[in-house]
Design a protein. Structure first.
Length: 138
């Protein structure tokens, strides 16, 4: 059962995500954002989710604010092969959920701290996702 808080927050996020996704697809969004592509667990179709830019070296980190309730996390559980459009370029990788990771400590290590601050205020059941890239920039 999803909480009332989760329902309210996700309604607000859906509008924001539509606008951010539109901007990211066209290269208009600030570098603080990235676009995560997963494969829909039921449809098999590509699904795009705006996320904070968590690129650190050759690894991409993100905090899924709603944990396993988030559809993109469920998609990753079904198929960990993902793509991330970061800094205007698509990169392929393999996502791993780190359920035992300290999400507060991890968010303090990410490049865009304001995103971590907002995420911590909205989070219901956060989980860390690590994406190890399998290719160079394309």
């Amino acid at each position: 059962m999803r909480s009332r808080r989760y329902t309210v927050i996700t309604r607000i996020e859906r509008l924001n995500n539509r606008l951010t996704r539109f901007a990211l697809r066209r290269g208009w969004a600030p570098r603080a954002f990235a676009l995560l592509e997963t494969v829909g667990r039921r449809s098999g179709q590509p699904r795009h989710t705006p996320v904070g830019n968590g690129l650190v070296g050759e690894t991409f980190w993100l905090i899924a604010a709603h944990g396993e309730q988030a559809d993109y996390v469920r998609n990753i559980q079904a198929d960990p092969a993902v793509r991330v459009k970061v800094n205007g370029r698509w990169r392929e990788g393999t996502a791993t959920l780190l359920v035992e990771d300290d999400t507060d400590a991890r968010s303090r290590t990410l490049p865009y701290r304001w995103d971590a601050w907002i995420g911590s205020r909205m989070a219901t059941t956060p989980v860390t996702v690590r994406i190890d890239f399998t290719n160079r920039r394309s």
